[in-house]
Ligand binder design. Structure first.
Ligand code: MN
Length: 233
């Protein structure tokens, strides 16, 4: 007798100017990729200076993606939900131990995203040496606007990245401030895991992270990409 198990629905990101949708496999994130943000998180050691960026993950199911204003639920068990606007990279191909040049050729497109964070749980986890999963990888913690293909946007490496909340500027930076540039991020990550088509990479946030409240309206922007709009409900 054949036994059928329920299959999870694929998590899809719309592609701008196309009916195609990008199926998401995994979500990787870079921590502390902008020096000013590392400083505001108190991550700079007086003697050793800046530590290199590092990786963490979110489950693909944590993604909220789409066109227009996205609804994001304020998560339970936190009273300090923080915004982190980030450029998101989508991979159209995979590989391991890639050179920086090979890494660049894997990129299918770019989007504006939010790495939402339960900052109170993260602070407790840091203090106790516990994992970050519940502070970073909770439901609806990864928000992503429409994907723009490389053919249409090139490879954004400079230009403004920012976030407004209720029309007020909260985060403002420049892509050129990234410590690890996008191809280097992919090459570094490919030395740790085998990358594959469908992987998304959140490339880190500039300074200015802060708390969100229910009802807040967010607009995340990266020069050359369509804005990401979201509302906290
Ligand atoms: Mn982040």
């Amino acid at each position: 007798m054949q036994v059928l198990f329920p299959l999870p629905p694929p998590v899809l990101v719309p592609v701008q100017g196309s009916a195609a949708r990008f199926p998401v496999r995994r979500i990787f994130c870079v921590g502390r990729n902008y020096a000013e943000h590392a400083r505001e998180m108190g991550a700079v050691d007086q003697a050793q200076g800046l530590e290199p960026p590092f990786f963490f993950t979110k489950p693909a199911d944590a993604l909220v993606a789409g066109d227009g204003e996205l609804s994001v639920s304020y998560p339970p068990r936190t009273s300090n939900l923080h915004h982190e606007v980030e450029m998101v990279v989508a991979l159209g191909d995979g590989g391991s131990n890639l050179t920086v040049d090979q890494a660049k050729s894997l990129i299918l497109g770019y989007a504006v995203g939010l790495d939402l964070t339960r900052r109170d749980l993260q602070a407790r986890a840091k203090e106790k040496g516990h994992p970050w999963d519940m502070s970073k990888g909770f439901d609806q913690s990864a928000v992503c606007g429409p994907l723009v293909l490389v053919a249409d946007c090139g490879h954004p490496a400079g230009g403004e990245i920012g976030l407004q909340v209720n029309g007020e500027v909260r985060q403002a930076g420049d892509l050129s401030e990234m410590m690890w540039k996008v191809p280097q991020i992919i090459a570094e990550l490919s030395a740790l895991v085998s990358l594959a088509a469908g992987d998304l990479i959140y490339t880190g946030t500039p300074a200015g992270v802060g708390p969100l409240q229910r009802g807040d309206r967010l607009e995340g922007t990266v020069a050359g990409l369509p804005p990401l709009r979201a509302r906290i409900v």
